[in-house]
Ligand binder design. Structure first.
Ligand SMILES: [Fe+2]
Ligand SMILES: [Fe+2]
Length: 304
């Protein structure tokens, strides 16, 4: 089963990014690590001006812009429902969590193998930074598995249906979503029912009732939901929901539990964004610790 695989590049129009890290590198440009330097921190200032948003968009590389154009064009209520039907019965594979990580590691894209870390190395950097800060074991494990949902790429899903900032569908698209102008081409933009503030939802219904744009977050939440504590599940399910956890949008869809548990999403985000270094973690050396950690929470095999 485990041999190097290329993501589906036969339809290159659907795969504008050189590799999935390109989206994450761009997130770092949008949300740089907080610093005293006024130039570097200008995009994260609380009082950032619209002009600076425009600067961000103007400076975005064409591949990333095209990626967002496709994502915003194609993530519709119908598309999300179709993908949920296709994947959430978890009938695709049954394997151990570590085998899932090794399967993800077979994702070979156009990144440079000499300088770019493997998928497992990226996940271990995140989890090791969490562990070094003395957080609970479930938090470390959340770091290890948070991007495991990117295996969707290996099942030929286009990049725009695996990564990207996530957002609710079935209600008005927030104008704080990155490149919100591209929603003009989304067919849901002309469905009146979907374009009120609440759309198909009720005020305060809770995010669990909300259809999020389809991607690696929602998928890995469903794979792990019987095994991890709720704090970790919030981290996994909403870690790319930047319009909420960074921009403060969609509060009207949240219930009290969401508001309480988003503090864990916020606690997780810096480890996701700011732990990328070129120093590769030693997978073989770390493996025994993580075998124990995985066995503490997961059975020997789980459904994907
Ligand atoms: Fe992610
Ligand atoms: Fe990540």
């Amino acid at each position: 089963m485990i041999s190097p695989q290329k993501p589906n590049k036969e339809n290159d129009e659907n795969q504008p990014l050189e590799d999935l890290h390109e989206w994450e590198d761009d997130l770092l440009r949008r949300y740089p690590e907080p610093t005293e330097d006024p130039v570097r921190s200008k995009f994260t200032d609380a009082d950032k001006k619209e002009e600076e948003f425009r600067d961000y968009e103007a400076d975005t590389r064409d591949t990333v812009r095209e990626f967002y154009r496709l994502n915003h064009r194609y993530q519709t209520v119908d598309f999300v429902r179709q993908k949920r039907d296709e994947y959430l019965s978890l009938k695709r594979e049954r394997m151990s969590l570590w085998d899932g990580l090794e399967f993800l590691n077979t994702l070979v894209d156009d990144s440079d193998p000499d300088t770019d870390l493997s998928q497992i190395q990226h996940l271990l950097q995140t989890s090791e930074a969490i562990r070094a800060d003395g957080h609970p074991r479930w938090f470390v494990l959340a770091g290890l598995v948070h991007d495991l949902g990117k295996v969707l790429c290996l099942w030929n899903e286009p990049q725009w249906a695996v990564v990207g900032d996530t957002f609710p569908v079935g209600c008005r698209f927030s104008d704080k979503i990155v490149f919100a102008k591209f929603f003009a081409d989304n067919p849901d933009s002309s469905v009146a029912e979907y374009q009120t503030e609440l759309g198909i939802y009720e005020k305060g219904c809770g995010l669990d009732q909300v259809l999020m744009s389809w991607g690696h977050d929602e998928y890995i939440y469903h794979v792990t939901k019987d095994y991890l504590p709720l704090e970790a599940l919030y981290m996994l399910r909403y870690h790319s929901f930047y319009p909420a956890h960074r921009e403060g949008e969609y509060d009207y869809l949240m219930n009290d539990q969401d508001r309480e548990y988003f503090r864990w999403v916020n606690a997780f985000n810096p480890y996701d964004l700011y732990t990328k270094s070129s120093e590769p973690p030693n997978v073989a050396e770390l493996r025994p610790y993580y075998d124990d950690l995985i066995a503490e929470f997961f059975p020997s095999e789980i459904d994907f």
